[in-house]
Design a protein around this ligand. Structure first.
Ligand SMILES: NC(=O)c1ccc[n+]([C@@H]2O[C@H](COP(=O)([O-])OP(=O)(O)OC[C@H]3O[C@@H](n4cnc5c(N)ncnc54)[C@H](O)[C@@H]3O)[C@@H](O)[C@H]2O)c1
Ligand SMILES: [Zn+2]
Length: 369
């Protein structure tokens, strides 16, 4: 098991992210330490419950906690105020008070929703995140951002609320659907490009074992990703400058995700996953950097090859790419009329640019066709 400590200047608090296999007993110990009243709510979704609810409840009860599960439907659709309301009702019925804990067992939807409810019920309860998707382990579970969606805007309603502990159990990744695993890999590639050339080389060298979800390889890789996200978050707790680099691939990626969602809604197909959109975003944003002479062809190629190796797209077929820029302008990341881009300078280093012209953006997006 690897452990990464996250310490926060603003609150003077610190917590550990543990990465390893079969961590439910460890999660239960953390929940027990956090819950003075020995009461806890276990928040999870239907898919995760089918796989891990029984062992999770057993581990929590073994620690002497009085715990009841609250199960929401699987998927983004559960990240709503309506579901949060259901959770508050259930927690009230269980008699949870400020000395109780919330255990969020699942992917990013569950850590966001469970964390949000923990942030707001009685003005805040301690919570423990048990992340079961690669995306939640390397991204959503670290950083203390919690939220639910508004019908018109994702993550509109939220709070910063640091967990008491985070457990990233790489053994649970064995049951994750391929497409969900891939979406996490896109963020892993992102972390490597923005901060860690050694990680990038490791991903290239160990691609087969990663895709086979070998826990012995996943454990150090997830830990390295947690360290990157935690370093950035610790240096910049409330999302201003440094934290922006985590948006690499996301300025274009978010626009592609919305375009794909609109296309899917009108054609009736499934929407594009976040990871696929981010992969395309990274390809386009690296292209801007290449055209500016910030990076050479070799870096762009290495990124493209690794994304392909992980089954992520590097070309966007069937999207109205010409509308992408317009969609981007609506993105909340637009600042003073200018879009902010994170541009690679090499594998492992990026710079933030707010002077990218519309022509450069258009050229890069159209190059995805
Ligand atoms: N708070 C943050 O900083 C932050 C950062 C990035 C993303 N997010 C949020 O994370 C969410 C996406 O997270 P996600 O991709 O993990 O989605 P998710 O939580 O919906 O999980 C994806 C799917 O995998 C299933 N699942 C989860 N663990 C499983 C397992 N071990 N085995 C089998 N199935 C499993 C889930 O039931 C779901 O169907 C978004 O809502 C996004 O906004 C938050
Ligand atoms: Zn992302």
């Amino acid at each position: 098991m690897e452990q990464i400590r996250v310490s926060l200047k603003s609150t003077g608090s610190a917590y550990a992210v543990r990465v390893g296999s079969n961590l439910l007993p460890e999660a239960a110990r953390e929940a027990r330490a956090a819950a003075r009243s020995r009461k806890a709510a276990l928040v999870t979704d239907t898919h995760v419950a089918a796989l891990y609810l029984e062992p999770a409840l057993a581990a929590l009860r073994t620690e002497g906690l009085s715990v009841e599960p609250i199960i929401v439907p699987a998927g983004e659709a559960a990240k709503t105020l309506t579901q949060a309301g259901r959770l508050y009702d259930a927690m009230l019925a269980m008699g949870l008070d400020r000395g109780s804990a919330v255990v969020a067992l699942g992917g990013g939807v569950i850590t966001d929703l469970g964390g949000f409810v923990a942030a707001t019920y009685m003005r805040g309860l301690p919570w423990v995140a048990v992340a079961t998707t690669l995306l939640a382990q390397v991204d959503a579970g670290v950083g203390g951002k919690t939220a639910v969606d508004h019908p018109e805007c994702k993550n509109l309603i939220g709070a910063f609320h640091q967990p008491a502990a985070v457990l990233a159990d790489v053994a649970t990744l064995a049951t994750l659907p391929d497409e969900e695993f891939r979406t996490g890999l896109a963020e892993v590639v992102k972390h490597a490009v923005i901060r860690d050339a050694g990680l990038f080389a490791l991903l290239e060298a160990q691609a087969d074992r990663i895709l086979a979800r070998d826990p012995a390889v996943l454990e150090p890789i997830v830990a390295r990703n947690v360290r990157i996200k935690a370093d950035v978050v610790m240096a910049d707790e409330r999302e201003s400058d440094l934290r922006r680099i985590l948006n690499y691939g996301h300025t274009v990626g978010h626009a592609i995700e919305s375009l794909a969602m609109q296309a899917a809604a009108s054609a009736g197909g499934p929407p594009m996953t976040h990871g696929r959109a981010v992969a395309l975003g990274m390809v386009a944003e690296a292209r801007i950097a290449e055209r500016r002479g910030l990076v050479g062809r070799g870096v762009v190629e290495r990124q493209r090859l690794l994304l392909e190796r992980f089954g992520l797209p590097v070309r966007a077929a069937g999207l109205d790419l010409a509308r992408c820029l317009e969609v981007m302008r609506h993105d909340k990341k637009a600042e003073a009329g200018r879009l902010v881009f994170v541009l690679p300078e090499s594998i492992g280093a990026v710079r933030v640019a707010n002077d990218v012209t519309d022509d450069e953006v258009r050229e890069a997006i159209l190059s995805l066709a």
